[in-house]
Design a protein around this ligand. Structure first.
Ligand SMILES: Nc1nc2c(c(=O)[nH]1)N[C@H]1C(S)=C(S)[C@@H](COP(=O)(O)O)O[C@H]1N2
Ligand SMILES: [Mo]
Length: 577
């Protein structure tokens, strides 16, 4: 029963997969859902973060009043005279602001814009932050969503919220797949830009502007802060050297915040965290997410204060330095900055509508830009395991339960008549009964689950290794992928399925689990069998597995992108990060 190329016909379940649109149709997409204003938890109370605004205004007024009084004290005047704000001229740069520096500064600003917007969109897919890796409801310290309802099944998809289209990219609910392409593609550009910046800084003398080389920066920074706060600004020498407060702020942004953003971003990926186990214990996924969010705030506050000071401490001169590279009285800097701003605003306005209309294109471009780099993370073989004490008290749910008569009948008889069909490019196609599967060597592991939406959880799983199944069915040399077909449908109809590289199936921690936390796996979590593959994100671990097929290519399955969420939600087919 093979065609002329020796390829057997697909598993009959392939006919139940659905094709997919290349754009987002808002009529069939997950309906919008508003969250709440962002809140921070203090003990049991949730405080609206908007309170920060009046608090800052009051603190600013108090700060100005106090700083002005302080400056009337002789001791303070002496201090400011001794430490005027800029450290001695040794660090001064007399070569101006070269073109490369001005360009990289612009690119940084342009890339950041999309990174920040897409990052907020990603957060909206699981609008809660925690310090602990278990994500138990009520342990979140920040959220823009209500309490988790206790009276019904509440999936993590149910929890996602809509944000404005001008803020997120693309704003609509559960659009994390597309937001990640924006985030990661611009991350890559931003990192390349950042490396070029580091290299050129140190290849020239420009690093002297940013890197403090004397302890005198601290008293000078304090002096500068007092001078700004009292609204008597310090003398400006920005053309040759920044004041110490600027120097410290720029140094921290370039050399601390930026690398921290990269590290805390990467540590949220299963392949990396499960490879660097010791590090993932120190910096678990939720701590990494929380710090990543902290870095976001550093950048936002920095951009706000930096932008404000540029404009109120002599806008024309400042813009001339950084945008035109000249130290004169012209309007060149303001003109170039204005033009750059217009480009940025246009790009800002186009991003969301473009993404909704050309979702597949965004997925393809993203996949081409960062897919191969991300897939590199699969090289590291996952190995991190946890202890029984570390098992999460709560494990979020995702997915639509199967509701076919066949499945309901199987549940009723305890899966006694369940058969796992394994077919395709194998020497020995086989139907395994549930009893047969359980008679095979049982393998247990305590591992961490990483949902693409942002939550994580540790559970003990036990089941049969895919490696042992492979040994029985013997995939042929042509088999490159394993397709997992589920009993359930995806959210827009059509069977749920996902495709894995065969390499991942040979790993010792890749199992078909029938037990979770020491008990038979519940129907909610994927009975009778659910896949565990520890170097991929959660959506690739198909629950309610009905059949497995080995194939050489997946372009003719479903929408052709390698899985249900890949077809319908524009995810990438290899997602180890
Ligand atoms: N059949 C099927 N399997 C699925 C899904 C689904 O929607 N249908 N969702 C996936 C996603 S997105 C995640 S995070 C995990 C969640 O597993 P859990 O519900 O046991 O936590 O299942 C994965 N497997
Ligand atoms: Mo997920």
């Amino acid at each position: 029963m093979t065609d002329t190329r020796g390829i057997p016909p697909h598993d009959p379940l392939a006919a139940g997969l659905s094709a997919a649109d290349d754009r987002i149709r808002l009529s069939t997409w997950l309906p919008p859902q508003e969250g709440v204003a962002p809140r921070i938890r203090l003990g049991k109370r949730w405080i609206n973060v908007l309170w920060i605004i009046p608090i800052i205004v009051v603190l600013m007024i108090l700060g100005i009043a106090i700083a002005q009084q302080l400056r009337t004290l002789p001791g303070v005047q002496e201090f400011i005279a001794r430490y005027p704000g800029t450290t001695p001229a040794s660090g001064a740069v007399y070569s101006g602001f070269p073109l490369w520096l001005r360009l990289l500064h612009f690119f940084n600003f342009f890339f950041m814009m999309f990174i920040i917007r897409a990052g907020i969109q990603i957060l909206a897919d699981h609008p809660r932050l925690y310090w602990r890796r278990d994500c138990t409801p009520g342990t979140d310290w920040f959220r823009f969503q209500h309490d988790v309802p206790k009276d019904r099944v509440w999936t993590s998809k149910d929890d996602s919220v809509t944000i404005p289209k001008w803020l997120g990219i693309p704003g609509i609910r559960h659009s994390i797949g597309l937001a990640r392409w924006w985030h990661f593609s611009f991350d890559l550009l931003w990192v390349i830009n950042g490396i070029a910046f580091y290299v050129l800084l140190f290849a020239t003398n420009q690093w002297q502007r940013l890197v403090p080389t004397t302890w005198a920066v601290f008293p000078n920074a304090l002096s500068t802060a007092l001078q700004y706060l009292s609204l008597h600004f310090p003398a400006d020498h920005s053309w040759t050297s920044y004041n110490s407060l600027q120097q410290i702020a720029y140094f921290l942004t370039v050399f601390v915040a930026a690398p921290l953003a990269v590290v805390t971003g990467l540590m949220q990926g299963p392949a990396i965290a499960n490879r660097l186990g010791w590090f993932a214990r120190i910096l678990n996924r939720q701590a990494a997410r929380t710090i990543h969010f902290g870095v976001l705030w550093w950048f936002l506050i920095f951009i706000f204060i930096h932008g404000t000071l540029v404009l109120i401490t002599g806008a024309r001169a400042n813009l001339n330095y950084m945008w035109a590279g000249v130290n004169n009285n012209s309007w060149d800097g303001a003109l170039i900055f204005g033009a750059a701003l217009i480009v940025a605003i246009i790009a800002w306005c186009i991003a969301s509508p473009f993404t909704i209309r050309h979702a597949r294109l965004v997925q393809r471009i993203g996949q081409a830009a960062v897919g191969p780099l991300m897939a590199l993370a699969e090289w590291g073989s996952p190995k991190t395991q946890y202890t029984e004490q570390e098992i999460s008290p709560h494990f979020w749910l995702n997915g639509t339960l199967p509701n076919s008569d066949i499945f309901n009948a199987l549940v009723k008889d305890g899966f006694a008549t369940y058969r796992l069909r394994v077919s395709g490019l194998v020497e020995q196609p086989q139907d395994f009964s549930y009893a047969q599967i359980k008679a095979m060597p049982k393998h247990g592991q305590i591992t961490e689950h990483f949902c693409i939406q942002g939550w994580s959880g540790v559970a003990q799983w036990a089941g049969v290794r895919m490696r042992d199944i492979l040994e029985i069915v013997k995939p042929t040399a042509a088999a490159r992928y394993a397709v997992f077909y589920s009993f359930s449908e995806g959210s827009e109809g059509g069977g749920y399925y996902d495709v894995h590289k065969i390499h991942n199936m040979e790993h010792e921690l890749t199992i078909l689990a029938y037990e979770m936390n020491g008990a038979p796996i519940s129907v909610l979590h994927g009975a009778p069998l659910r896949l565990r593959c520890e170097n991929e994100l959660g959506f690739k671990m198909v629950k309610w597995v009905q059949a497995i097929e080995f194939v050489a290519d997946f372009a003719d399955l479903g929408g052709g992108n390698g899985g249900y969420n890949e077809d319908h939600e524009f995810y990438g087919y290899r997602m180890p990060i």
